[in-house]
Write a protein that binds this ligand. Structure first.
Ligand code: SF4
Length: 331
């Protein structure tokens, strides 16, 4: 690397808060660390300071990339948030009307969120604020959609199909058989601990009813080509399974029960499927070892770049949201 680029990178690295005391662990951090060290460096040490307009261009680019969403991830987020809204709203509905109201309310909440997204996209707010609905598919996978309108059109088409399967699904049955007041809708993140290690987890919609903790998980893919083909390269449990295990650990401690069920729903193209899983709590040994390996790799200067080599697996790189920053660092 030329010295000039080294000094640019040095100015971009977010080194203010790096110490054992400020470290936290998450399933996503673990996933990125084990799939590509370069993406890990960009996500957790270069992008961190990029919110500041006076930060270096490379830090701001990494920050923009950090907020890029894939289309399937956005569909999952839309559905999960709309269902959370509907469950909260239905708490006041009498039991005999609950079944009729569930799908109706869910459709209304979903339509409202899609309407807002349509306005965001039309106004191109993502171009000035990366935190506003920024799509990987508009940034790097530009042939996926012909334009912003097609995103909304495909979203509506997807949910028409998905919602037609819901009334007869065991997800609807599961929701209806659970006490309406038992449902809890999640905040964006939960902080728990594994020994002294702070662990952030992404919560699921969950309930504790009749001695059982149940939580819901959704995987929504408009077509098979949207399925991620990028698992771990080193035999680790996949990120979704690890996330479910972490949530199972949280639920078992929070509700003091061993009866934990994950109701997993998947739509891939025309195929709708569901299953009930019994995730085991996350192995503490895995978290401790993973955290120790990350702590042994704290970047301290631009020379640390060699400790964070690019994975360069073409299937993964073509879908990597950090590919722009990565190619810059690779010069
Ligand atoms: S483009 Fe490839 S090598 Fe670069 S950060 Fe992404 S996954 Fe890693």
């Amino acid at each position: 690397m030329h010295d000039f680029r080294k000094s640019v990178l040095q100015s971009a690295l977010w080194l203010r808060d790096i110490s054992q005391d400020t470290f936290s662990w998450s399933a996503e951090k673990h996933r990125i660390f084990h799939t590509c060290r370069r993406a890990y460096l960009i996500r957790y040490y270069i992008a961190q300071g990029g919110w500041d307009a006076s930060a270096s261009p490379i830090a701001r680019k990494a920050f923009t990339e950090k907020y890029l969403r894939t289309f399937p991830a956005w569909l999952e987020e839309l559905f999960s948030e709309s269902l959370s809204d509907a469950l909260l709203q239905l708490r006041t509905v009498p039991k005999h009307r609950y079944a009729d109201e569930l799908i109706h309310t869910l459709k209304l909440r979903l339509s409202h969120r899609i309407f807002l997204a349509e306005a965001f996209l039309a106004e191109k707010r993502d171009l000035t604020d990366p935190k506003k609905l920024s799509f990987f598919d508009l940034y790097y996978r530009t042939r996926r959609f012909s334009g912003r309108r097609q995103i909304i059109a495909e979203c509506k088409q997807f949910f028409r199909k998905f919602l037609s399967c819901l009334p007869a699904s065991s997800l609807a049955e599961r929701i209806l058989r659970t006490d309406a007041l038992a449902w809890r809708v999640p905040p964006a993140f939960l902080l728990t601990h594994c020994g002294a290690i702070p662990v952030y987890l992404r919560p699921r919609i969950h309930a504790f009813d009749q001695g059982e903790a149940v939580f819901l998980s959704f995987s929504l893919f408009p077509s098979e080509s949207d399925l991620p083909h990028t698992g771990y390269s080193c035999g680790e449990p996949d990120a979704g399974a690890l996330g479910d295990s972490l949530f199972a650990s949280y639920a078992s401690g929070r509700f003091r029960t061993e009866r934990i069920t994950c109701h997993a729903v998947m739509q891939c193209g025309p195929e709708f499927s569901e299953e009930e899983l019994r995730p085991s709590p996350a192995p503490e040994k895995l978290i401790r070892e993973s955290a120790a390996r990350m702590l042994a790799h704290l970047p301290s200067s631009a020379d640390s770049l060699e400790d964070f080599p690019p994975g360069r697996e073409s299937a993964r790189c073509s879908r990597c949201r950090f590919q722009g920053t990565c190619s810059y660092l690779d010069c």
